[in-house]
Design a protein around this ligand. Structure first.
Ligand SMILES: *[C@@H]1O[C@H](CO)[C@@H](O)[C@H](O)[C@H]1NC(C)=O
Length: 162
């Protein structure tokens, strides 16, 4: 996934805030950001549907393979190996090798939309935000898998946005 260098910083910056909030209010039922979101594991080698809302407000979808390898996007220079893995490519900083729906949607969105700027990207920012809990809790949610070793193969089709 295309979190890149500042994503590692993001991840680290996010953790203290999250835990501080959870720990500071033990009487609170649930941290709203957690209760609203969820971690859905995906299986490497299976087909999955990535969805996101683009900057025009359209719903985009693309069906692809979990763990596929699109290589480098020459526009944003992101590494799109191990699509669906939470963390850059197959080996970028991450808690572990967790494959989830939200990380897949963000990877695919960011590949096709040439995304950059994490949360700030006009097409994939929301998908990025939705993938934060997956990135933090994917491993503890049981989404950990062995990374595939796929050859680079550019996607043959494009997302549908409507
Ligand atoms: C992303 O960049 C590629 C290569 O320049 C271009 O063909 C494609 O249209 C761009 N995608 C978007 C959504 O702008």
């Amino acid at each position: 996934m295309m979190f890149g260098l500042h994503a590692a910083a993001n991840l680290l910056g996010f953790l203290p805030h999250l835990y501080a909030t959870v720990l500071a209010e033990p009487g609170q039922k649930q941290f709203p950001e957690i209760s609203k979101r969820s971690v859905v594991c995906l299986k490497v080698g299976n087909t999955a549907v990535a969805t996101w809302t683009n900057s025009a407000g359209q719903t985009c979808s693309f069906t692809g393979l979990v763990g596929s390898n699109y290589g480098i996007n020459t526009v944003n220079e992101g590494d799109y190996s191990c699509n669906g893995r939470c963390g850059a490519g197959c080996s970028g900083a991450a808690v572990g090798n967790a494959y989830t729906q939200d990380c897949f949607s963000h990877d695919i969105c960011s590949y096709f939309e040439n995304a950059s700027g994490a949360s700030q990207d006009p097409n994939c920012g929301a998908a990025y935000d939705a993938a934060i809990d997956d990135t933090l809790f994917g491993v503890t949610s049981g989404c950990s898998q062995e990374n595939p070793t796929e050859q680079i193969k550019k996607p043959a089709t494009s997302p549908i946005c409507q």
